[in-house]
Every structure is written in structure tokens, then in C-alpha cells.
Ligand binder design. Structure first.
Ligand SMILES: [Fe+2]
Ligand SMILES: [Fe+2]
Length: 176
């Protein structure tokens, strides 16, 4: 209970912000980006507590790691590799984040950069060296790992829900 209260105190200003709430309009892994960011933030906060890292920085940067408005601002540069830079820029402008938080957001796609480095045929148009996205702090690795784990969880649960719906539609079709 104390942990949840502490987490709320750190994040409530951003969570209740009008611009940040617009992320609810953007679909993400079968849910929306507001929920995705909240999950990554809370997991990063807990992990940082466990690893004695800066839990405030991980909670804030976890919350803002995907802070862009894909559906309401189509002018933003939001590819797999550019959205961390766009998010860091938006977060700095709207929430005046510190240098460490900015760097954590900028490097949160290290997992993707590693995959692309290993399999260069994926998304050939975007060139990247994994080094450019390597986190520079323990907190950076925490947010990157949380993003990866939460994304896997979201995609898997979405698939289960999707397949369950298909199964029910199939059953209903059999009944009529
Ligand atoms: Fe991201
Ligand atoms: Fe993410």
C-alpha cells in the first residue's frame, strides 16, 4: 500500500495531465498507449526499488518513454527508431524532465536496436548501430527491459483475447 501511494505521488501530475491523457486515444498492443506507459512506468519503479536504483527517474521516464501523439499529431517523427527522440523532446517541453530521464527515454529502444543489429534484414530502410541506443545508466536498462517485458505481455494477452473471440464466433456460427 505504501509503495502504491509513493508511486502515485511521483506520477499523479503527469497521469492527470490533459496532454498526457490524449495517449488514451492511441491504440497500442491491443490496448492504448496511456495504459502501456503506465505499466512500463510501474514495473520500472518496482524494479528500481529492488535494484536500489533511482526509482523516481525510472517511474517518470517509464511514463514518458512513448510520449508522442500518433493519431492527433501526424507531423511527429514516430518510427521504431525515431520515436524515442520525439518522446524525449515532448517530455522535456511539457514536463521539464531532467537530463537523466531524457537519456533513459532516448535509449529505451535498445532491445529493438539489438534485434536489428543481429538481423539487419528487418526494416531495411532504418539504419542503426546498437551502440547509439545503448543505455548509459542502470535506470536506462531497467526502463528498456520493462518496456520489452510489458510489450511481450500485452501482445500475448491481445492474441489470447483475439483468438478467444474468433473461437466464440466460430461456435456461434456452428449453432445457427
Ligand atoms: Fe517505445
Ligand atoms: Fe513502449
Amino acid at each position: 500500500m505504501k509503495i502504491k501511494k509513493e508511486y502515485k505521488e511521483i506520477t499523479s501530475e503527469i497521469l492527470n495531465d490533459e496532454n498526457f491523457s490524449k495517449l488514451k486515444e492511441d491504440g497500442h498492443h491491443g490496448s492504448n498507449r496511456y495504459e502501456h506507459c503506465k505499466r512500463v512506468s510501474y514495473m520500472s519503479f518496482l524494479m528500481a526499488k529492488l535494484l536500489k536504483a533511482n526509482y523516481k527517474d525510472t517511474a517518470i521516464s517509464g511514463l514518458l518513454h512513448d510520449y508522442f501523439h500518433g493519431t492527433t499529431n501526424s507531423n511527429e517523427d514516430i518510427s521504431y527508431l525515431t520515436h524515442p527522440i520525439t518522446s524525449a523532446k515532448n517530455a522535456k517541453k511539457d514536463f521539464n524532465i531532467n537530463k537523466e530521464e531524457e537519456e533513459i527515454i532516448r535509449t529505451h529502444m535498445y532491445h529493438y536496436a539489438l534485434v536489428k543489429h543481429t538481423f539487419p534484414f528487418i526494416n531495411k530502410r532504418e539504419k542503426v548501430t546498437a551502440k547509439d541506443y545503448k543505455p548509459t545508466s542502470k535506470e536506462g536498462y531497467i526502463v528498456c527491459l520493462s518496456d520489452l517485458l510489458v510489450s511481450i505481455f500485452e501482445v500475448l494477452t491481445f492474441k489470447v483475447r483475439y483468438n478467444t473471440c474468433l473461437y466464440f464466433i466460430f461456435l456461434i456460427n456452428l449453432m445457427f
